[in-house]
Design a protein around this ligand. Structure first.
Ligand code: HMG
Length: 392
């Protein structure tokens, strides 16, 4: 039985900061960000957008098409958790109107957790082939202002379903994986910005990639030539390029672009989406590439701290009929550009912690918004964006 990704949908905030604007404000040559880091824009969530609203907005088009029928489990992957006890997925479960008969749980291991969710989902579907699992990875990458990480911020969510006989991609059983207890990137519970040993983090990313690839290649007997494309975890697009150059030593710029270029397009404009980033890359690849039916894709998931996994999947014939490419492209082109002052104001907008009644200003969001906090309880609501879609 083939098990894998049946549907995939991407969402990011309606606001972005152009990295040229950031470069000017920080007195940095813009080419450092555009060429050296490989990023053009970063998605910035307004105060009434969080990992819950982004997750629900990513899954909403799947619900509208009836693709969430049969979902028995919702696995929510994030490292931007909003509560120490309650799974953020429960808010999403309510916003999407999923049935009571549904398991909901949150998973964490930095940017790796959506891949752990995928592996668990495959086991669940193998046991009950008529059921589906909804995985949503949703994150906000936030570093200190004026730190080296600032230009690699971003936000976004990817919702994907795992089922038998998937329409998009069958996942292969082989995998290489690797864990090590390292302090390359972390966020203590009392901080709202990640701490990172930037250069070290890039080295650990590569070390975990080499170990995972070696194991995968030994187990599967495959070599790099067996893949038509590769998708990497994308903290910034240049990192994915460097990663592939480590595996395919001496690869030309043209060949590198041919095997990873399409997967980098959305991330270049949305920024790091942490747990969602690999799957943003996969969405971007499927949305942009010429017909990939029957072709094998290599996938590398990395989460600091750290866990890495190299695995693969085969694109299914007819997959293009199931893509949401137009929705994704419209989302990115319709975003509102922030001035530098607006970016800093949003950055400093703190979530109140005094237990009072706080209603948040209304910005542009998708079909859901984070309306406020009342007595430490988060309040979510649907927006006109959802109603106009329903009317139209
Ligand atoms: P930095 O140290 O300020 O940058 O920050 P740099 O000086 O190394 O420059 C970056 C590149 O730009 C270099 O290229 C420069 O040469 C080039 P390289 O030498 O690497 O090939 N450059 C220029 N190019 C063209 N024109 C110019 C110019 N100037 C310089 N004028 C750093 C870089 C990655 C450290 C920083 O952005 C950072 O700390 N980012 C956050 C951490 C991160 O993203 N790590 C990635 C691996 S870990 C990971 O992926 C996990 C993660 O997603 C979290 C999770 O798992 O939860 C982060």
């Amino acid at each position: 039985m083939n098990i894998g990704i049946d549907q995939i949908s991407f969402y990011t905030s309606q606001y972005f900061l152009d990295l040229r604007t950031l470069a000017e404000a920080r007195g940095v040559d813009p080419d450092k960000y555009i060429v050296g880091i490989g990023q053009s824009k970063m998605g910035i969530p307004p105060p009434d957008e969080d990992v819950v609203t982004m997750a629900a907005s990513a899954a909403f088009p799947l619900k509208e098409k009836g693709d969430l029928d049969g979902v028995e489990t919702l696995l929510f992957a994030t490292e931007s958790g909003i509560d120490q006890s309650k799974a953020a997925g429960l808010f999403v479960h309510n916003l999407l109107g999923l049935p009571e008969r549904c398991r909901v749980v949150e998973l964490k291991q930095a940017c790796y957790s959506a891949t752990a969710a995928l592996r668990m989902a495959m086991g669940l579907v193998a046991m009950r082939p008529k059921s589906k699992v909804l995985i949503i990875a949703s994150d906000i990458a936030r570093y200190e202002l004026e730190s080296p990480g600032e230009s690699t911020q971003g936000c976004g969510a990817v919702a994907f379903t795992i089922s038998a006989n998937p329409r998009l991609m069958k996942i292969d059983p082989e995998a290489g994986f690797y864990a090590d207890d390292v302090m390359d990137f972390w966020r203590p519970n009392y901080l709202s910005e990640a701490l990172v040993d930037g250069k070290f983090s890039t080295l650990v990313y590569i070390k975990a990639l080499k170990a995972s690839w070696k194991q995968y290649a030994e187990e599967s007997g495959r070599s790099l030539e067996d893949f038509s494309r590769f998708c990497y975890h994308i903290p910034f697009t240049r990192m994915a390029a460097k990663a592939h150059q480590k595996l395919a030593r001496g690869i030309s710029k043209e060949d590198l672009d041919a095997v990873i270029g399409e997967s980098l397009l959305y991330s270049r404009d949305a920024g790091n989406c942490y747990s969602a980033s690999l799957y943003v890359g996969l969405t971007s690849l499927l949305d942009h590439a010429e017909d990939l039916s029957g072709q094998r894709i290599g996938l590398y998931s990395y989460g600091s701290g750290c866990v890495g996994e190299f695995f693969s999947g085969v694109v299914q014939s007819g997959y293009r009929d199931a893509l949401l490419a137009e929705t994704h492209q419209k989302l990115l082109t319709d975003r509102t550009e922030l001035t530098f002052q607006q970016y800093e104001d949003i950055y400093h907008y703190g979530i109140p912690t005094d237990g009072g009644t706080h209603d948040f200003p209304q910005y542009r969001t998708g079909p859901f918004r984070f309306a406020g906090i009342h007595e430490h309880k988060r309040i979510y609501e649907t927006t006109a964006a959802q109603n106009s879609r329903a009317d139209g």
